[in-house]
Unconditional design. Structure first.
Length: 215
């Protein structure tokens, strides 16, 4: 139980992502994920933010920003979370790319699989604080090196959301720049709640993953 309490921020994040991606049948095959893009990733030097924001990131504080707008019965999201890993990309990606090993890192992930053909990541979540066993499927290529990695949510709450995970080196530290854009039927959440919700969870999630992969 102490371990579950310790992992509570990650539990919240995975529960939310699960709501966005759950399918009616667990383990169902989904289309092949996008491949690593040939476009160069956004580097720390080309990241267009103020000097003050960049200095905070260099000191180890993640930057997250979310803009949500509503028109009639539709809503849009423009999102970003960015951070500098304490280590270089070789060390950082050693664990972050091994999706199938996540069950060894996090107590409530009881099954973790990766299909190299379809680029499908599958997690089975099970813990005393969860009401049911929960399956989670993501379309994401394995992130093993510096580059731009597109991802997509093709079903669920934010169907049609697309984005990129940019990974690059900056002074022997790994720079992660994650963006997402979405437009669709109104989510039911007020804009300000949606913004605070997404930025807070993204910051907690990135911090947790950085700690896990720093050794």
């Amino acid at each position: 139980m102490k371990q579950l309490v310790k992992d509570r921020p990650v539990i919240i994040i995975i529960l939310i992502v699960s709501l966005l991606n759950l399918t009616s049948s667990y383990g169902k095959e989904i289309p092949t994920a996008p491949q690593m893009s040939k476009n160069l990733p956004t580097s720390f030097e080309k990241w267009q933010r103020s000097k003050r924001v960049k200095q905070r990131v260099v000191k180890g504080r993640n930057y997250s920003h979310s803009k949500v707008e509503s028109i009639d019965k539709r809503q849009s999201l423009d999102f970003e979370v960015t951070g500098l890993h304490p280590k270089g990309c070789r060390t950082a990606l050693r664990k972050l790319s091994q999706y199938e090993s996540f069950s060894q890192y996090i107590s409530f992930v009881t099954v973790s699989r990766y299909n190299p053909v379809t680029k499908q990541v599958y997690f089975l979540l099970e813990a005393a604080i969860l009401p049911i066993k929960m399956g989670l499927s993501l379309k994401l290529p394995r992130i093993t090196q510096v580059g731009r990695y597109p991802y997509i949510f093709d079903r669920g709450f934010l169907k049609g959301l697309t984005g990129n995970i940019d990974v690059s080196e900056h002074r022997r530290r790994c720079f992660f720049h994650v963006t997402a854009k979405w437009e669709g039927p109104h989510s039911g959440f007020p804009n300000i709640v949606f913004e605070l919700f997404s930025t807070t969870l993204a910051d907690i999630g990135m911090s947790k993953l950085f700690r896990i992969s720093s050794h």
